[in-house]
Design a protein around this ligand. Structure first.
Ligand SMILES: *Cc1c(COP(=O)(O)O)cnc(C)c1O
Length: 449
């Protein structure tokens, strides 16, 4: 099989997989999972034919996948892959560009530049901000937090990039007590130490209580969130950010999925004031429905991000806005390309429609669950529905039945010390009939499990 035939074969298998997404079991059967043992081969001395490898991957692998690129997956905030974003990724893979600098790939550079511009427009953030396309909100958040620390310390005459942390004034980090685990991870990797991080008290919606914020000063790094992972709620940006800025703090906003509320006129109000922050992270691979791994670090002061991310060398110098000088990666693929393709194909209206549709679907589910006697734990401002059965045992039983059903899937969580489950609406493939199917399943199981 030559290269052309091989790529055609992979494409044929990929197309079959995607076209079967609707009918596919959402979570594989035990048998399909057991069959994955077929990958446990000895490292071959002589390689296998290429077509064999693709066939094995598809024949054993595809049945063992989770159909998160389908309409019936309501776990986490996963999103599917828009056809145009997946197709753009396919072409970009054929290009195989090292999209670190303009020299490395003029085309990737031009497209990512355009994606940055549109992103700042659709999210309505300061237009002169730097946009770095990284692998995840985790990695992009880490970049922003590193930029924040260097900037806060530089303002006090401490050059953390060259002099490090020993002897530096301590940066006081404040996060919502409900902050996402990946913010914790990023802070730990940066050496902040979780025990020293101040957890600001939050209300029953997971939002910081503004009056209970600790005192902030010019050495404070405050992290807020747009879209709490259980409730989908937002911190009160228009109250908190001006206060933090007046004290001289740096404000970072984790908006992995929630920042997209800003693209929907009906939900924009949730993010009011967020534009006053210093840095933001959001994902493409969640609500924008682009393939993994695609996320963005956005930094109001481009120089602050460039200061910590610069990787110029004698053999590789580039402008401050080269992606290798803004992201953690040196060699990298142009993660902005599928994001550009999604924005170009959806347009402002398409993104607004996507976000608003999921919000309406979430509200429809709540109404049905309320009526069926489930305990809905949040007020559904966004796309997340947090639910319990009649008691903890019922909640666990409902979760297991849905996860084993093969027709829909969502995950469990713990909310205020008791089990709950989380239904997330974020796949562009989810139509009303898929929502109906999920509601029927839950009503049939019942709140008593
Ligand atoms: C998913 C998520 C993250 C982490 O994003 P990744 O892209 O998975 O690294 C951070 N914060 C929130 C609120 C999230 O939902």
């Amino acid at each position: 099989m030559n290269e052309d035939q091989l790529l055609q074969e992979a494409d044929r298998r990929a197309r079959d997989y995607v076209s079967g997404a609707d009918a596919r079991r959402v979570f594989p059967t035990d048998q399909d999972i057991a069959a994955l043992a077929g990958f446990d081969e000895a490292l071959p001395e002589q390689g296998h034919p290429a077509a064999d490898t693709i066939a094995l991957m598809d024949d054993l692998g595809s049945p063992g996948t989770v159909a998160s690129n389908g309409p019936n997956y309501f776990g986490f905030v996963i999103g599917a892959s828009l056809p145009v974003a997946a197709a753009a990724e396919r072409l970009a893979i054929a290009w195989d560009q090292c999209a670190s600098t303009e020299d490395g790939s003029p085309a990737a550079y031009a497209i990512e530049k355009q994606a940055s511009k549109w992103l700042l427009e659709i999210l309505d953030l300061p237009r002169s901000s730097a946009v770095a396309f990284g692998t995840s909100a985790t990695a992009c958040g880490l970049s922003c937090l590193a930029a924040a620390r260097a900037d806060l310390l530089a303002r006090q005459g401490w050059d953390v990039v060259n002099d490090g942390l020993c002897g530096a004034p301590e940066v006081k980090v404040v996060v919502p007590a409900s902050t996402h685990v990946t913010v914790r991870k990023a802070l730990q990797v940066l050496g902040f130490g979780w025990n020293r991080v101040i957890k600001a008290p939050v209300d029953d919606k997971g939002r910081i209580i503004p009056d209970q914020l600790p005192e902030m000063d010019a050495n404070t790094l405050l992290v807020l969130q747009a879209g709490e992972v259980n409730t989908g709620e937002f911190d009160d940006f228009s109250t908190i950010i001006p206060r933090a800025k007046a004290a001289g703090a740096w404000v970072h906003v984790d908006g992995a999925f929630g920042l997209w509320a800003r693209a929907a006129p009906e939900l924009w109000h949730l993010t009011s004031g967020v534009e006053q922050a210093d840095s933001w992270t959001t994902d493409g691979h969640k609500w924008l429905n682009t393939p993994y791994d695609g996320a963005m670090a956005i930094c109001r002061e481009p120089q602050a991000l460039a200061r910590v991310m610069n990787s110029d060398a004698a053999y590789s110098t580039a402008s401050a806005e080269a992606q290798k000088n803004l992201t953690l990666e040196f060699s990298r693929r142009a993660r902005g390309i599928p994001i550009w393709a999604a924005l170009r194909s959806l347009g402002r209206e398409g993104v607004a429609e996507l976000v608003h549709r999921h919000h309406k679907q979430a509200r429809r589910i709540v109404a049905a669950l309320d009526e069926a006697g489930f305990e809905v734990l949040n007020r559904v401002v966004l796309n997340q529905v947090l639910v319990r059965g009649q008691d903890d045992a019922a909640t666990q039983a409902i979760l297991a039945q849905v996860q084993n059903s093969g027709t829909s899937w969502f995950g469990g969580t713990v909310w205020q010390d008791r089990p709950a489950f989380r239904i997330s609406l974020s796949s562009f493939r989810t139509e009303e009939r898929h929502v109906d199917q999920l509601m029927n399943l839950l009503v049939q199981i019942g709140a008593k499990g």
